[in-house]
Design a binder for this molecule. Structure first.
Ligand code: ADP
Ligand code: MG
Length: 485
């Protein structure tokens, strides 16, 4: 991949970025209480006394949440720490009735791992994972319910989050986008987080600094809570450009927390390091250190699904696809399954081309997702069969596909109805070609002088005369025989 450089007035700068991602764990109940976690429920209808921070309530750990986090750690190829510790992160906020968040700090459940990015040029870029720790989510302040008043909804209070911290290995906005998409893909394969950024189940904090190539890391700024992949990429670019301008003017970067304004396309200061919280972390006296048994981790490992990287490898090896196409096809499980159904017993490359080309194009154009497609895997397979057995040409197939998409009819029915069958009858084609040759002696002479372009013109005329239905291979062969032999 062409490396990403920011060109300033005094030379080039390199971007350095690390992402902290909060991923909401899929589980029926909260991390330390039995309250439900469903999205969009009536405010304060899913709150236990523990989540409301009532005095004297005791947290009880939810084993399923731990299992989800272990699974995720394994999916990130990370080490699972057999002992980890929950600590209190103390701060006051109206949506945090306990006055602290139970999190992990010095001893997280999951240590170092790696996420592999699949870049558009086929390159695979490893990004280090620093850690994954478990923590509770806070409630939500609602400022838009009544003028002059703020309400608090505690439904989210106590929901289990995984904070996944990357190493500062990301070097471009494109890599940051690829990182979030890949991480989301892994989480969805595992079923540990639904990855929905709009609903806030996946939230991203960005850390950005810039440096002269080859130099040590510069001072970083953090941009909080950016809620779409596109905005993450924009925010990183805007923040890096801001820092380059300051440095080129002889200024210094002040470490601070910033917010991204998508309307203005810029970041602005929220608080500086001096104003940063001192959270007074200490181990939560209500919770024992979390010990996960070896056997249990091994059992979870044994039940892991095939993950995107392995699936990609398999697609490359057993279907002969390139790294980029494989990466695209395995990005989500439904697409991968769909592809395997289409490819079964057919030319796998032709199937991949049809899926990533015509089919994805139609999905994008109509805003339909895979579950609502009018052309299912069996129907697409049938269309590909008609191409493979020579019934229709690739060009006609595109027309047939459009019609299938609009009407939901099968390829066979459409070809039959519209008489689109390819003309592969030598006699019939020969008659058409002889007529064209007889009518165009000038062009015939040009071909005989070796003008290849005019040869192409004859192919075009034949196609036109047959409404595009002539078998292109046969047309080429017949013309060559008649005009150049
Ligand atoms: P904090 O607790 O202050 O957020 P962390 O050590 O958890 O600090 O690091 C947060 C993130 O900052 C990590 O994702 C890391 O990769 C990233 N990071 C660290 N140093 C830099 C830097 N110089 N430039 C950009 N990102 C950085
Ligand atoms: Mg941070």
């Amino acid at each position: 991949m062409a490396s990403y450089r920011i060109v300033g007035n005094t030379g080039e700068w390199e971007l350095v970025c690390g992402l902290e991602i909060h991923a909401q764990v899929i589980s029926k109940s909260k991390l330390f209480s039995a309250a439900a976690t469903e999205f969009g429920a009536e405010p304060n209808s899913q709150v236990s006394p523990v989540d409301a921070g009532m005095p004297g309530m005791l947290p009880v750990i939810n084993k399923f949440c731990v299992e989800q986090a272990v699974k995720t750690g394994l999916g990130l190829r990370a080490e699972i720490n057999r002992t980890s510790v929950f600590e209190r992160k103390n701060y006051f906020y109206p949506d945090l009735p306990q006055g602290y968040q139970i999190s992990q700090y010095l001893h997280p459940l999951v240590g170092e791992g790696t996420v592999y990015l699949d870049m558009p040029d086929g390159a695979v870029v490893p990004i280090g994972i620093e850690r994954l720790h478990m923590e509770q989510d806070a409630g939500k302040s609602m400022h838009d319910q009544e003028p002059g008043k703020t309400y608090v909804d505690l439904n989210r209070s106590g929901v289990c989050l995984m904070e996944i911290v990357s190493k500062p290995d990301i070097r471009s906005p494109e890599q940051a986008g690829a990182y979030i998409r890949k991480l989301r893909s892994i989480l969805r394969y595992l079923g540990t987080c639904d990855g929905n950024m709009e609903e806030g189940s996946l939230r991203c904090d960005i850390n950005v600094s810039v440096r002269r190539t080859g130099e040590g890391f510069g001072t970083r700024c953090e941009v909080k809570n950016v809620n779409s992949v596109r905005f993450v990429m924009h925010a990183i670019e805007a923040e890096a450009n801001r820092q380059v301008e300051i440095l080129e003017d002889g200024g210094k970067i002040v470490q601070q927390t910033r917010l991204y304004d998508p309307k203005k396309g810029e970041t602005r200061s929220m608080r500086t390091k001096e104003e940063a919280h001192d959270y007074r972390y200490f181990p939560d006296p209500d919770l024992l250190p979390l010990v996960v048994e070896n056997d249990w981790v091994e059992r979870i490992k044994a039940n892991m699904p095939e993950l995107p990287d392995e699936k990609k490898q398999r697609f490359m090896e057993s279907y002969g696809l390139g790294p980029y196409d494989s990466g695209v096809l395995v990005a989500d499980q439904e697409t991968a399954n769909f592809y395997e159904q289409v490819a079964k017993g057919r030319d796998p490359k032709l199937a991949a081309n049809w899926l990533t080309g015509e089919f994805f194009g139609a999905l994008n154009r109509t805003g339909v997702d895979l579950s609502g497609t009018p052309v299912d895997a069996a129907k697409l397979g049938e269309l590909i069969d008609l191409i493979s057995d020579g019934t229709i040409s690739g060009r006609i197939a595109k027309e047939v596909f459009e019609e299938m998409w609009e009407t939901g009819k099968s390829a066979v029915a459409i070809v039959e109805e519209k008489g689109l069958k390819q003309i592969s009858d030598t006699g019939e084609l020969e008659a058409i070609i002889d007529k064209i040759i007889a009518e165009n002696p000038g062009q015939v002479a040009q071909v005989k002088e070796g003008n290849q372009k005019v040869m192409g013109w004859f192919v075009g005329q034949t196609m036109k005369a047959t409404g595009g239905k002539a078998n292109p291979k046969m047309v080429n062969e017949l013309l060559r025989k008649k005009l150049t032999d």
